[in-house]
Design a protein around this ligand. Structure first.
Ligand code: UD1
Ligand code: MG
Length: 482
């Protein structure tokens, strides 16, 4: 980027229009292009988020193809994520896709009472940074132009609108779309990224003058550039790397964008003190929070509202969704968490599955092939092997033996199992809920517990062992005789 990224003294009110109505034919998908996810969030939600972060107080998304689905998904993606869109997000419909200028015209009624500068962003240019949007504000103000836009130089400009400049002054005179370009114009390497900041009065005045006389018979937003040149001041430009502002039109470009975003997010965490052992294999959603001195092993995926506190170690192949992992927790390889809370210095895994509503206290140990759901486990308790702990309250210092099962479901309702502090559960026990075991009680191995157990007692519910001595020889004698 050639322009200073510093926050300007912003006094002009800001709004944003994000174009999301196109079908995205080249994606060859039943899903509207704008909803294809980039690290878990629909691609169209990224430019919206960036505009709101940059200070737009109102945002209008123009929808068309799959409008209802698109509106629902964008609303969900923006709720409680990264920035608060407040009442700022509105949708307008573009029933027929007659071009990018037509799409912007559809947003006019929603911004009729707005005077200021309007970002116009394309929903299929997802990786634009807030820094580049701020640079647009600076460039527009410095040039005192009615429009500023982002340009870039891809290695292959095929398909993009080319930036035509005056040979002498270097001022931008117009944009020519690929399909309308002459041989000479196709040789231009500088292209339009599809990210603009436009004065509202110039925008609405000029859009009425755009016509459909072009190869695609569409209303091109890019015609604004020539109108600015002719009527007032040439457009101001901000140069960005193609990696940041390239469009996503097919699935190869989608993967490229995912990889770029992945690298950007991982590097942000690395610079903030997180060790990521093999970053190319690790996918961390933009919304995830990581404290310093967290270590992330290979092939880890961290999703949604996950937060990981200082010094925690996430082993190879773990998937952690919407969970909180406390300080100095050790998560061993191939564990899967969903909506779980893990207390500090707990040790979980390998191969543990923590399902929604799991709350582990400090220093809890959950070992291999243990599944928990709506399970509260107190400080220092251990369930190290092969268990299902569902709908249960387990006190502090409890030892849950291998193969313990809470039978929480009677075919109709779910019931809770309560184990008091210091309970010792022998291996291969079942708790037929609802059932409560008092503090300090013992459960003999192999028991099926159907009734409450008082504190400090021993409960046993297995058949007595019978031993028949000399059985083998008696049996062999019987055979001979027979
Ligand atoms: C557009 C630009 C081109 C630029 C490129 C950058 C125009 C005329 N061309 O071309 O100069 O280099 O983006 O990526 O603007 N959309 C609507 N309604 C419509 C048409 C499009 O909402 O009627 C939306 C699409 O969903 C998409 C965005 O606008 O998000 C851009 O449309 P697309 O068809 O991808 O334009 P490009 O051919 O990429
Ligand atoms: Mg495009």
């Amino acid at each position: 980027m050639s322009t200073s990224p510093q926050q300007p003294q912003q006094t002009t009110p800001l709004a944003a229009i994000v174009l999301c109505a196109g079908q995205g034919t080249r994606m060859k998908s039943a899903l509207p292009k704008i909803l294809h996810p980039l690290l878990g969030r629909p691609m169209g939600s990224y430019p919206l988020t960036r505009a709101l972060e940059t200070g737009a107080t109102r945002a209008v998304a123009v929808t068309g193809h799959g409008a209802e689905q698109v509106e629902r998904a964008l609303t969900d993606a923006l709720a409680n994520r990264v920035v608060d869109s407040g009442d700022g997000l509105r949708f307008v419909r573009q029933e027929q896709q007659l071009g990018t200028a037509h799409a912007v015209l559809c947003a006019q009624p929603a911004l009729a009472d707005f005077t200021g500068d309007i970002f116009i962003l394309y929903g299929d240019v997802p990786l634009v940074s807030a820094q580049t949007l701020r640079a647009l504000i600076d460039a527009k103000a410095a040039a005192q132009s009615p429009v500023a836009l982002v340009t870039t130089r891809p290695s292959d400009p095929t398909g993009y609108g080319r930036i035509v400049r005056d040979a002498v002054s270097g001022a931008m005179t117009r944009i020519v779309e690929h399909k309308d370009a002459t041989e000479d114009e196709l040789g231009i390497g500088e292209i339009n990224a599809g990210l603009y900041l436009v004065s509202s009065d110039f925008l609405w005045r000029s859009l009425g003058r755009v016509d459909r006389r072009n190869a695609q018979n569409e209303l091109y937003l890019t015609d604004l550039i020539q109108l600015a040149f002719e009527q007032s001041t040439p457009a101001a430009t901000v140069r960005a790397e193609f990696e940041e502002v390239g469009g996503v039109n097919d699935r190869v470009e989608l993967t490229r964008a995912t990889t770029t975003l992945q690298r950007r997010i991982n590097e942000r965490h690395q610079r903030a003190g997180v060790t990521i052992e093999l970053p190319d294999t690790v996918l961390i959603d933009e919304s995830v929070e990581l404290a310093a001195d967290v270590t992330i092993g290979p092939n880890v995926r961290l999703v949604g509202g996950t937060r990981i506190e200082r010094g925690a170690h996430i082993g190879q192949g773990c998937v952690i969704v919407d969970s909180i992992v406390g300080e100095a927790v050790e998560v061993k390889p191939y564990s899967v968490f969903e909506e779980a809370i893990v207390g500090e210095a707990a040790i979980v895994g390998p191969f543990a599955r923590l399902r929604p509503g799991t709350e582990l206290g400090a220093k809890v140990h959950i070992g291999n092939f243990v599944e928990t759901k709506k399970a509260r486990v107190g400080v220092g308790s251990k369930a190290n092997h092969l268990s299902y702990l569902g709908d249960c309250d387990i006190g502090a210092g409890v030892n849950v033996g291998a193969g313990t099962i809470t039978c929480n479901y009677d075919g109709v309702n779910k019931h809770r199992t309560v184990l008091g502090d210091g309970v010792f559960v022998g291996s291969d026990s079942q708790f037929v809920a609802p059932v409560t075991v008092g503090n300090g009680a013992y459960i003999g191995a192999g028991s099926t517990i159907t009734e409450d157990v008082p504190e400090e007692s021993l409960a046993l519910s297995r058949g007595r062992q019978i031993v028949k001595e000399g059985y083998r020889s008696k049996r062999q004698n019987q055979k001979k005789r027979g």
